[in-house]
Design a protein around this ligand. Structure first.
Ligand code: PMP
Ligand code: GLN
Length: 381
């Protein structure tokens, strides 16, 4: 069989989680919490099942959930998306991203990604028949470089994918950067796919800047988000897409023949749970404390901490660790699992052609005991 994705193997997340399990290592690699979501949310889903919400919901999602999302987004970002035709519930952000690309990319269209980037973007572009144009984030700081971005735009550019807060570098775009993006795209037909799955994880008093808050960007953007991230239930695979009506119209043409719709009881459960904004408003403080605990624990080691402005990832440079030195990231992660008993993800996995930086990423969405267990081991480095 001639492969549709000849260069693709098993994802780094599955690979590292399997290796961590085989060696009984503390898994700070793949990004998922090792604790449950709020019992009130679990009860709300249970109640929805018992209330007979178990058959197909409407294709765009349960109305109550679309209303709850519209209210949340309007309150936080100041733009009111139409409940009928501008919000669709998806099977997680992963499905949303692929469906956006399938719905707007024609064969040969160029899609700009800012590298390093989340691992599904490039195979998704390939499946959609697009040509990926990779623009590097500024080496060292991982900030967007608008001169390089402007230089990469051609008449064939269909869409630019952005991601703030950023996986893996944990940077959060500033108001100046959002404005620079709007300035760069003005006068072009380029659409934006804004991956905002970590929207509620921003630290030190900073605000997440959604493209929904910037009218010029909003008008040309699809936004994707994930309840899995926000409510500690990554295994539920449920999220949503926001877009102006004309863009959403095309999205739904693909969505209806891809998954058609998304499981019903979780939608009712989430709709009820979203009535109280406290759980997501308290998320920055919840994760900032874990970030600080993890960073403080690493301060005495030879791992150099990179900044963490948002997301639940903390990256470190291991060059000063004698036993790791300039070992490539993948080998360093394998060594850490086998010899030390802690799993991480190499930053190089977020580059299409690999990368020689000695940087690895830890996920701190873990119980304090798990973080302490990992720190006791990492402090030996
Ligand atoms: N985008 C980014 C940047 C992510 O980190 C993730 C989760 N790993 C996703 C999308 C996918 O989210 P979901 O689990 O809702 O499909
Ligand atoms: N988004 C998660 C991460 O970056 C992993 C999701 C997955 O396993 N595909 O770690």
């Amino acid at each position: 069989l001639r492969s549709r994705l000849p260069r693709v193997g098993t994802t780094i997340f599955s690979t590292m989680s399997a290796l961590a399990q085989a060696h009984g290592a503390v898994n700070l690699g793949q990004g998922f919490p090792d604790f449950d979501g709020d019992p009130a949310l679990l009860d709300a889903v249970n109640a929805a099942m018992r209330a007979h919400h178990n058959q197909y919901p409407p294709m765009p999602g349960v109305l109550l959930l679309r209303q709850a999302v519209a209210a949340k987004v309007a309150a936080m970002y100041g733009h009111s998306y139409g409940v009928e035709d501008e919000i669709t519930i998806t099977a997680g952000a992963t499905q949303a991203i692929l469906t956006v690309l399938l719905s707007i990319v024609h064969p040969g269209d160029e899609v700009i990604v800012l590298e390093p980037c989340y691992d599904s973007y490039l195979p998704n572009i390939e499946l959609a028949g697009g040509v990926a144009v990779r623009v590097p984030l500024t080496p060292g700081t991982f900030r967007p470089d608008f001169e390089r971005l402007a230089a990469a735009i051609t008449p064939r550019t269909r869409v630019l994918i952005i991601n703030t807060p950023h996986n893996p570098s944990a940077t959060v775009w500033s108001a100046q950067e959002m404005q620079a993006l709007a300035d760069t795209l003005r006068g072009t037909e380029v659409l934006v796919l804004s991956d905002e799955v970590y929207e509620h994880m921003v630290y030190d008093g900073a605000q997440h800047l959604s493209v929904a808050s910037h009218p010029e960007l909003q008008a040309r953007s699809f936004i994707v988000s994930s309840f899995g991230k926000t409510f500690h239930v990554t295994g539920w695979k449920i999220g949503y897409v926001l877009a102006p009506k004309s863009l959403m119209h095309e999205f739904r043409k693909v969505h209806q023949y891809n998954v058609f719709t998304v499981n019903t009881p979780m939608q009712y459960g989430l709709a009820a749970y979203l009535q109280d904004p406290q759980p997501y408003l308290q998320l920055p403080a919840f994760y900032q404390r874990k970030r600080d605990l993890f960073r403080a624990g690493l301060a005495g080691s030879n791992l150099r901490l990179l900044p963490c402005e948002g997301s639940y990832f903390q990256s470190v440079d291991y060059r000063a660790v004698a036993r790791l030195g300039d070992m490539p990231g993948q080998s360093a992660c394998e060594w850490l699992i086998r010899e030390l008993g802690v799993a991480a993800i190499p930053m190089s996995a977020f580059y299409s052609e690999g990368d020689s930086q000695t940087i690895i990423r830890f996920c701190f969405a873990k119980r304090d005991e798990t973080l302490q267990q990992a720190l006791a081991l990492l402090q030996q480095l």
